[in-house]
Design a protein around this ligand. Structure first.
Ligand SMILES: NC(=O)c1ccc[n+]([C@@H]2O[C@H](COP(=O)([O-])OP(=O)(O)OC[C@H]3O[C@@H](n4cnc5c(N)ncnc54)[C@H](O)[C@@H]3O)[C@@H](O)[C@H]2O)c1
Length: 285
C-alpha cells in the first residue's frame, strides 16, 4: 500500500490555524496532500499556551511544508459568503484544484481571546493581558440576538458557505470529498450551551442533504461529531473521563484518523453519514 495516498490531491482545511483543524491539516499533509488553510486568523494558535507549545513552526502552513507538500494560508472570515467564494477561488488559482474540503471552522458560545483583542483595539482600548476566552451562555428560550447570530454564523454558515463554494469545482471534476464538523452537542439535546447544539444539528442535516445532491457527481459528503476533545480553546477536561465509556478525553489524533478515513478511498461508498468521535459518551442515558 502506498504511504502517500493523497499525493497530487489538494485539501482545504477551514479553521486550520490551530486545534483540531491543525491536526487535520498535518494528517493530510502527511498523506501527501497539498494544504490550503483558510482561517479568520492564520496565527490563532498564538493565543493559547497549549496550542503554541505544539507548533513546530510559526504557522501551520510552514509545518505542512516541512512535511514536503505545498501549503498556502488565506485569511478570511468564512461567515461572509463572498469572502468564502473568493478564498476558495484563490486556492484553485494557487494550487490548481480542490479534491478535499474539511469544513472545520467553528466554536462555541464564547468570544475568542483573539477576537476580544481585535474588538478592544477597534474601540481604542489597550489589549487585555489575560488571554482566555469570554464564556457566554444562552438557553433555547432565552438567547441574546448577538449570540444567536454569531454562533450560527461561525458554525453553520461557515460550513454551508465553504461547501457551496467548493461544490462547483468538485462537480466539474466529478470527484470530491467533503467533511463537515458537527459535535455531539448536535446529537444530544441540552437546555444550555445554546445555540451551539442547534447549529451543529443543522450541520448534520445539511450534510445529508448535500450528499443527496452531490452523490451523482461522485462527491462524498460526511460529517464528524467530536465529543470531549482536548484543544487549547477548551482546555483540560480529563476530569470528565469517568463519565466517558472509554474512560479518557479524546485527542486531536483520534479525530484526525476519522477524517483520514472520510477523505480517502476507505470510505468511497459512505456518504451523508455522521460519525461520532466521543468514546461512547453520547449513547449513554
Ligand atoms: N474541541 C472539541 O472538544 C470539539 C468538540 C466538538 C466539536 N468541535 C468542533 O471542531 C471544530 C474545531 O474545534 P477546535 O476546538 O479545534 O476550535 P478552535 O477554536 O481551536 O479552532 C477553530 C479555528 O476556526 C477559526 N474560525 C472561527 N471562526 C471562523 C470564521 N468565521 N472564519 C474562518 N475561520 C474561523 C478560528 O480562528 C480557529 O483557528 C469546531 O467546529 C468545533 O465546534 C470541537
Amino acid at each position: 500500500m502506498s504511504e502517500k495516498k493523497l499525493q497530487d490531491k489538494v485539501a482545504i482545511v477551514t479553521g486550520g490555524a490551530r486545534g483540531l483543524g491543525r491536526g487535520y491539516a498535518l494528517r493530510l499533509a502527511g498523506l501527501g496532500a497539498d494544504i490550503a488553510i483558510i482561517d479568520r486568523n492564520l496565527h490563532s494558535a498564538d493565543v493559547y499556551d497549549f496550542e503554541r507549545a505544539q507548533m513546530a513552526a510559526p504557522t501551520v502552513m510552514e509545518e505542512c511544508r516541512a512535511l514536503g507538500v505545498r501549503s498556502i494560508g488565506i485569511q478570511a472570515d468564512l461567515a461572509d459568503r463572498a469572502a468564502a467564494e473568493k478564498a476558495v477561488a484563490e486556492v484553485v488559482k494557487q494550487l490548481g484544484r480542490i479534491d478535499i474540503a474539511v469544513c472545520n471552522a467553528g466554536g462555541g458560545t464564547v468570544t475568542f481571546a483573539d477576537e476580544r483583542r481585535e474588538e478592544e483595539a477597534d474601540n481604542g482600548q489597550a489589549p487585555a493581558e489575560k488571554t482566555g476566552d469570554v464564556a457566554l451562555t444562552g438557553t433555547p428560550a432565552d438567547c441574546p440576538q448577538h449570540m444567536l447570530t454569531r454562533v450560527l454564523d461561525i458554525n453553520l454558515m461557515t460550513c454551508m458557505y465553504t461547501c457551496m463554494a467548493v461544490a462547483p469545482y468538485m462537480k466539474a471534476q466529478k470527484a470530491g470529498k467533503i467533511v463537515t464538523s458537527s459535535s455531539t452537542a448536535g446529537i444530544s439535546a441540552s437546555a444550555f450551551y445554546h445555540p451551539y447544539g442547534t447549529a451543529k444539528a443543522a450541520i448534520i442535516h445539511y450534510t445529508r442533504s448535500l450528499a443527496q445532491e452531490l452523490g451523482p457527481y461522485n462527491i462524498n459528503v460526511n460529517s464528524i461529531a467530536p465529543g470531549i476533545i482536548r484543544t487549547g480553546r477548551l482546555g483540560d477536561r480529563s476530569r470528565m473521563a469517568k463519565r466517558i465509556p472509554l474512560r479518557r478525553e479524546g485527542t486531536i489524533e483520534d479525530c484526525a484518523r476519522v477524517v483520514e478515513f472520510l477523505v480517502t478511498d476507505l470510505s468511497d461508498y459512505v456518504t451523508g453519514k455522521t460519525i461520532s468521535i466521543d468514546g461512547g459518551f453520547c449513547d449513554q442515558r
